[in-house]
Every structure is written in C-alpha cells, then in structure tokens.
Write a protein that binds this ligand. Structure first.
Ligand SMILES: [Zn+2]
Length: 130
C-alpha cells in the first residue's frame, strides 16, 4: 500500500494484506473477485425466487426530460427481509475482500480510488450516465 490513512477502509485493506495467505496470485484474485460478484447476483436472485421478499417487475424505462431520479424505476418491488439482507451483506463483504486483495497486489489504495470517483461524480453530477 502506498499510504496508511486512519480510515475504516484503510484498516480493512491493511488487514487483508496482513491475513491473506492463500490466493495471493493475481490470477486467483481475479477469478475470486469474479465469482464473488456472481454470488452477489445469485443471492439477490434467491431473494426473488426462493424467499420472495423481493419481486422484479421490469419494463422499458421512459427517462423523463427533467431526469428526476425518483421518476426512474428500480424495477424492484418489496423490501429485502433481514435474512436475505444478512446473506447479501456477507456476499458483498466477500466481494470487497477480494477487491481489496486485488488492490493490494497492484499497490492501489481503495480509499484513494473512492475519493477520485467521488470527485468525478461531483464534477459530472446527474449527467453521469452510467
Ligand atoms: Zn428474503
């Protein structure tokens, strides 16, 4: 890591560099990151198909001219239940673990990346069409 900052994110990234014994190979990290991403989607899918706390009701988006975010549909109905929320949080945590380990291997700092992305977001505002 390039620098140590007093933030929870830096502590997290540093802890991973200290405790990660397996999967130090960049190839392991790349594939673990991809499979953890798939598990997030799988967990979300199970919330719809197995639990039923969420429902997907999707159709073509009609973007309003004023681009008010509240007028654009998420295609989600319902509210995630505590059980599915717990599973989803664990999977997102695993994903962050592999993202941080990949960053460690490449000497990238997650905190710096988030700050740079925040600056880009603030610069582009709602015209950031991702
Ligand atoms: Zn649920």
């Amino acid at each position: 890591m390039t620098k140590i900052k007093d933030t929870a994110l830096d502590s997290f990234q540093y802890a991973i560099s200290e405790y990660l014994l397996r999967n130090k190979s960049i190839l392991d990290q790349m594939t673990k990151l991809e499979s953890s991403n798939a598990r997030i989607n799988r967990t979300l899918s199970k919330a719809v198909t197995h639990c039923g706390c969420l429902k997907v009701n999707a159709s073509k988006q009609n973007y309003p001219e004023d681009m008010q975010p509240e007028k654009i549909s998420t295609h989600l109905e319902g509210k995630i239940c505590p059980n599915c929320r717990d599973f989803l949080e664990k999977e997102i945590g695993h994903h962050l673990f592999y993202l941080a380990s990949l960053c460690n291997n490449l000497d990238l700092n997650l905190y710096d990346i988030i700050i740079k992305e925040l600056e880009r977001l603030n610069l582009l505002g709602k015209f950031n069409m991702r």
